[in-house]
Write a protein that binds this ligand. Structure first.
Ligand code: SAM
Ligand code: SF4
Ligand code: SF4
Length: 382
């Protein structure tokens, strides 16, 4: 049987935990109460998925044989409206979130996304500071939308790009999309000031490993930060195998052999990427040449610093990329103009958080879900 022929059971709306029990047991917190989970991790980063649809079919994320013409996406009425997203985001910001990343699916497919960005850009932290507002995109629509995104208040973008060779890239996105259009999107983002632009490259051993060095050469000295990501066992449809993971240590070794690198300090606490700068002849970081990042989600778990919550397109809150159940926040706000329940629920859910999947991965049995399937990356967002 092929690795990918896993029957798909739709877990998006079934058997999802609600915060009702949490609310009952909970003594209410002020919206400004500083939160820490059971492992002492603060809540700082909220990733919001604005659509479960995508125009690509990257095999590691939305394999064609599952996400085909018969696949049922969420109906429009199920999606959070921009006002609902902003309302939820405001509560998270009051609880300590400083950074919001819009994702998907492909976020630029969501109609009028600039309107949402305008609303989110108005939010302020309890200290009165604006948020770090970013977006992850496959870049296919970026050339035409970069200016409007910037004008709406977006600060930066991360663009996913798995190789420079057109044939390799067309195969990886599996919709025959040309690499030149994504490169044009990256250029447009730089031109309008949506930088520093980061480029995410998922490294799949045996598929695009030979693209690592061309990508490093291409982006060195351009101001773009290339980030090489270990292929993850997220979701339940990509047929992930450990032998398709190229450890980040090996990625760094290969680049260093041709373009010498020096390790850099993390720029912020909880940063997922390990930073490496291009070295000058004296072995010092050459600022003009820039840096790369490696994200070792599989071989070097960073759960201890994980300060991220994820909100799905329909308003389910997930505490971990590898979770199978989310908390229905939409149920707490639709038809309820008061934010108290939402505020208490978010506090209680975060304070009860125990998730650290990547740290436990190697010690866990193959299926830890108790029968529930892990959510897909395209649904929860990366
Ligand atoms: N469609 C947008 C994009 O591709 O940038 C945003 C959503 S996508 C789910 C977010 C990020 O997750 C992308 O950078 C993508 O490469 C990454 N991703 C998806 N599946 C992955 C996997 N199995 N392992 C590692 N990264 C993955
Ligand atoms: Fe779409 Fe992004 Fe997933 Fe690729 S990684 S299929 S572009 S959501
Ligand atoms: Fe965070 Fe879960 Fe990833 Fe660990 S496995 S870093 S807890 S999202």
């Amino acid at each position: 049987m092929s690795e990918r022929t896993i029957p798909l059971i739709d877990q998006r709306s079934s058997d999802l935990a609600t915060p009702a029990a949490a609310l009952q047991a909970h003594s209410r917190l002020g919206a400004r109460g500083l939160l820490a989970d059971t492992l002492g991790r603060p809540l700082r980063d909220l990733r919001i998925s604005v659509t479960d649809r995508c125009n690509f079919r990257c095999s590691y994320c939305m394999p064609k044989e599952i996400f085909d013409k018969d696949y049922t996406y969420l109906p429009h009425a199920e999606l959070l409206s921009f006002e609902e997203i902003t309302r939820i985001a405001r509560v998270f910001v009051a609880h300590g979130v400083q950074k919001i990343r819009l994702t998907g699916g492909e976020p630029l497919l969501r109609k009028n996304l600039e309107r949402l960005i305008e609303q989110l850009a108005q939010l302020r932290t309890p200290e009165g500071l604006p948020l770090d507002l970013t977006l992850t995109t496959n870049g296919s629509l970026l050339a035409r939308k970069a200016r409007a995104l910037k004008d709406a208040g977006l600060q930066r973008v991360t663009v996913s790009l798995d190789g420079l060779d057109d044939a390799v890239f067309r195969k990886m996105n599996d919709v025959d999309f040309p690499v030149a259009d994504v490169l044009a999107g990256i250029q447009a983002a730089q031109d309008v000031g949506l930088g520093p632009v980061k480029v995410n490259m998922v490294v799949k051993n045996g598929t695009n490993t030979h693209e690592i060095l061309p990508m490093a050469h291409h982006f060195k000295g351009t101001g773009v930060v290339l980030r090489l990501i270990e292929y993850m066992d997220v979701g339940a449809t990509n047929g992930w195998r450990m032998d398709e993971v190229l450890p980040s240590a090996e990625v760094v070794k290969r680049i260093h052999a041709e373009l010498p690198l020096v390790q850099l300090d993390p720029s912020v606490a909880g940063e997922t990427a390990e930073r490496w700068g291009y070295a000058n002849a004296a072995g010092q970081h050459d600022q003009a040449a820039g840096e790369i990042g490696v994200i070792s989600s599989v071989t070097q778990a960073f759960c201890a610093d994980c300060n991220r919550a994820r909100l799905s397109t329909e308003g389910k809150l997930f505490m971990c990329l590898f979770a199978s159940r989310g908390y229905d926040l939409r149920a707490l706000i639709r038809g309820n103009p008061i934010d108290d329940d939402l505020t208490s629920a978010v506090a209680h859910i975060w304070q009860g958080r125990t998730d650290r999947y990547s740290e436990l991965r190697s010690t866990l049995p193959a299926d830890t879900s108790g029968g529930a399937r892990r959510v897909e990356m395209s649904y929860i967002g990366g």
